[in-house]
Design a protein around this ligand. Structure first.
Ligand code: NAD
Length: 357
């Protein structure tokens, strides 16, 4: 029997509440599909600041490096909002991505049939479904490039640099092509190659990698057009590939198109099979401790973990089917509630997914 070692970063706010439900689902899946799970607890975010003075203690990095996958709830909260940037809970997020060399961020934006009403676009634009995977480069580009401030002729100025190497583009392009191959076979590369030199290198490199994937249908859009197409005709997309900054913006836009923030999962991957899995939402301090947070994004992150880190495809499919089932049965946490639904809390929703499994 395979045993998977998972480090749990429950984090702050609703983090501990939603991670508890995801663990119930994971344990049930292991029981049903014949694998064992070993959990290690570690601190990151505000809870780590309170206990150790820093958002990402070395002990947490060591535990994550020694595990097969990491499950993160969310970090942050009002209590720590006035700390300087590098000592805030969110600094732990950048730190752990860097320490685990997680350069690829995968964010599915899917509309579940029973939740179509949550989509802000007209029904004729959405059609039967929408299912997009945004693949975002996570450790390069303008967020990590040379930056600074200077005074030129008495006028203050600041700059950030978009900088990519072909190695960085090749590895993220491969993740996107592989993802397209496992899904609908279509990849849309997003850049700004009509203006930016870094985008021209990005596009040349994507075209070179494309020769290894003749079975994937590749297209290109400039970022401004891609942002427009995502709300004009989202059904045209299967997998979208983008740099760190363009992917940041597009994945948030795609998540809004998909409806509720409480439903969307994500995976951050590097070269090996170890990944970090988390819901895309934050720690929701406004509803923390009330027992009403939607645990489905975290439960769907578990499904991504099983698919991308452990190759447990049947188990991953079963979780997604169980989530569909509870939605079809009308169960709704307040964030996705519409009239006629059955309003439930965090624990009831988790229990229902376990029962559906
Ligand atoms: P948020 O995502 O925490 O909350 C935005 C809104 O969505 C709130 O009204 C919240 O109640 C609601 N919401 C979020 N998740 C929900 C869920 N599972 N079920 C029901 N409702 C949900 O964003 P924010 O308010 O901008 O940020 C709060 C804190 O989280 C901040 O400290 C921020 O820095 C941090 N944050 C952390 C992460 C992360 O850990 N990866 C990501 C984003 C924000």
């Amino acid at each position: 029997m395979n045993t998977y070692k998972i480090t749990l970063l429950r984090g702050d706010g609703i983090g501990p509440e939603i991670v508890a439900e995801a663990i119930k689902v994971l344990d049930k899946t292991g029981e049903r599909f014949g694998f064992a799970l070993e959990y290690t607890e570690a601190l990151m975010g505000g809870c780590a600041i309170d206990a150790t003075g820093v958002p990402l203690p070395q002990e947490t990095i060591d535990k994550c490096l020694a595990s097969d996958a990491v499950l993160l709830g969310a970090v942050g909260g009002w209590k720590w909002d006035n700390l300087p940037g590098n000592r805030r809970p969110e600094a732990g997020l950048l730190g752990i991505r860097g320490a685990l060399e997680l350069y690829a961020n995968l964010r599915p934006a899917k509309i579940y049939g029973p939740l179509k009403g949550a989509c802000p676009l007209r029904p004729d634009i959405i059609g039967d479904s929408m299912d997009i995977m945004v693949v975002r480069e996570l450790t390069g580009g303008i967020y990590f490039g040379k930056r600074g401030r200077e005074t030129v002729d008495g006028v203050e100025a600041a700059y950030d640099t978009e900088y990519y190497t072909t190695t960085e583009v090749e590895r993220i392009a491969r993740v996107a092509f592989e993802s397209a191959r496992k899904r609908g076979g279509k990849l849309c590369n997003v850049d700004k190659a009509n203006v930016l030199e870094s985008s021209r290198l990005w596009r040349e490199t994507v075209l070179r990698v494309a020769t290894e994937y003749p079975d994937v249908q590749l297209s290109h859009l400039y970022i401004d057009n891609a942002a427009m197409q995502l709300v004009r005709n989202p059904k045209q997309f299967d997998v979208i590939l983008a740099s760190n900054i363009f992917g940041d913006i597009l994945s948030d836009e795609a998540s809004q198109v998909a409806g509720s923030i409480g439903m969307l999962a994500s995976a951050s991957l590097g070269n090996g099979t170890r990944g970090l899995y988390e819901p895309i939402h934050g720690s929701a301090p406004d509803i923390a401790g009330k027992g009403i947070a939607n645990p489905l994004a975290t439960i769907l992150s578990i499904s991504m973990m099983l698919r991308y880190s452990f190759d447990e495809f049947a188990a991953a499919d079963a979780i997604e089917a169980a989530v569909e089932k509870v939605l079809e049965d009308g169960l709704r946490t307040p964030d996705i509630y519409t009239q006629g639904g059955k309003k439930v809390g965090t624990v009831e929703m988790g229990d229902a997914v376990v029962a559906a499994l």
